[in-house]
Design a binder for this molecule. Structure first.
Ligand SMILES: Nc1nc2c(c(=O)[nH]1)N[C@H]1C(S)=C(S)[C@@H](COP(=O)(O)O)O[C@H]1N2
Ligand SMILES: [Mo]
Length: 386
């Protein structure tokens, strides 16, 4: 007699949850994904515009467009507006496709593993972009790296993985693009009330987020601006402030013997009173911050090109502007020829007819058309002809 061989007990196979509703199918994923893709495309293009206005390649630096004057306010408002909408769209899209995490077996082939890896990269980079952007507009930086270069670099990762995802999913996207596209046997392709409700809810959520924040750059809707971190009318002289004089370490003592120094072929310096005695220009121009708020204001001051001409600058000259501020990333700024020659580019001395408040850059600041807020240098002390 032989002992009975012990029977092998195979471990129970995990039973994945099953999802049968229409809200997790390819048609819903496509319907939400189209909007999300559009939002990311707008964010990417407007982000590139902002990046290249701030860091132009040397061949383009002299001929950046200074018109329309509100160009940067528009592109940056779109960037932050579509970025906020993308948070809602991304969360709904992830909810729609999360059952894919339970597909068994998780990895079927090398090809399938690569496809899953690209989706992991897509989700991680997209989540990082929208949430790092959100924290940036709230000026909260709970990370050890510098926001701008990392947000810019990860944008390329997100853009690349979105394009790859679209390419991989092209047949499914095509099959589910329109409401009447062919469904599968188990799930006919008509849009049921459940999917319509989801899309309506999504539209309402995106609408609510947009309406309660867009007023920070689109001032006709400023009254609805309940959730944005900035409000157009708040701040000294009815204009928000990103970095106060105190935060920048600019004290009244530093301003006591203030003079504007202009270096060039014919260097000179001017006191505040001498600057006010020069021909003044008034221009209505927006401050448009990278963080998505913008406000139109009436600035008065001396044309930068007049100051450069007086220093004997050649007509094609660019200019380097330096602030009194001691540290800070925006202490020194360069401006190419077309900005420097623009008749609306001012060394501003007044705001809404009053002397600049200390937080707005007293005694003098740069204001130029179609220019990122970070380059509208405050507390200017030195202009150098380049
Ligand atoms: N010297 C200096 N200028 C600066 C800054 C700064 O930090 N230092 N911040 C810039 C930024 S980010 C913006 S949006 C505008 C804000 O201008 P406001 O404070 O006059 O509204 O100033 C710009 N000028
Ligand atoms: Mo800014």
């Amino acid at each position: 007699m032989t002992a009975p061989t012990p029977r092998r007990v195979s471990p129970p196979r995990p039973r994945p949850p099953s999802f049968s509703g229409r809200l997790h199918d390819a048609r819903t994923a496509t319907a939400v994904g189209r909007w999300l893709g559009a939002a990311f495309a707008v964010c990417f293009v407007t982000g590139l515009i902002s990046h290249y206005l701030q860091h132009p390649p040397s061949w383009a630096a002299d001929s950046l467009p200074s018109r329309p004057v509100w160009g940067y306010a528009l592109t940056q408002g779109l960037h932050v507006g579509t970025g906020l909408a993308a948070i809602v769209l991304l969360l709904v899209k992830l909810w729609t496709v999360y059952p894919r995490l339970f597909v068994w077996p998780p990895l079927r082939s090398v090809r399938h593993a690569l496809e899953r890896l690209s989706v992991a990269l897509l989700v991680a980079s997209a989540v990082f972009e929208v949430f790092s952007g959100l924290l940036n507009i709230a000026e909260w930086y709970p990370w050890p790296f510098s926001f701008v270069p990392v947000h810019f670099a990860v944008a390329w990762v997100a853009a690349g993985s979105i394009l790859l995802h679209i390419a991989v999913k092209a047949p499914e996207i095509r099959a589910h693009w329109s409401r009447r596209s062919a469904g599968t046997l188990e799930l006919p392709a008509q849009d049921g009330p459940d999917r319509r409700s989801l899309m309506l809810g999504l539209g309402a959520a995106v609408g609510a987020v947009t309406l309660t924040t867009v007023g920070q750059s689109f001032t006709p809707l400023a009254g609805l601006d309940l959730l944005a971190p900035r409000h157009p009318g708040y701040g000294p002289q009815s204009l928000p402030v990103n970095r106060t004089a105190a935060a920048a370490g600019v004290s009244p003592r530093m301003l006591r013997d203030w003079r504007l120094e202009v270096r060039g072929p014919l260097p000179y310096s001017l006191t505040h009173a001498q600057l006010l005695a020069l021909p003044q220009t008034v221009a209505e121009l927006p401050i448009a911050c990278v963080e998505g708020w913008s406000v139109d204001a009436v600035w008065g001051g001396v044309r930068v090109r007049d100051l450069l001409d007086r220093a004997g600058a050649p007509p094609g000259a660019a200019v380097r502007v330096t602030s009194l501020e001691v540290g800070g990333a925006y202490r020194v700024m360069e401006m190419g020829r077309d900005y420097a020659r623009d008749p609306l580019t001012l060394l501003a001395l007044t705001l809404h007819g009053q002397p600049l408040s200390p937080d707005h850059g007293f005694p003098a600041r740069i204001i130029a058309p179609n220019r990122p807020g970070v380059l509208q240098t405050k507390w200017v002390t030195l202009l150098e002809v380049l």
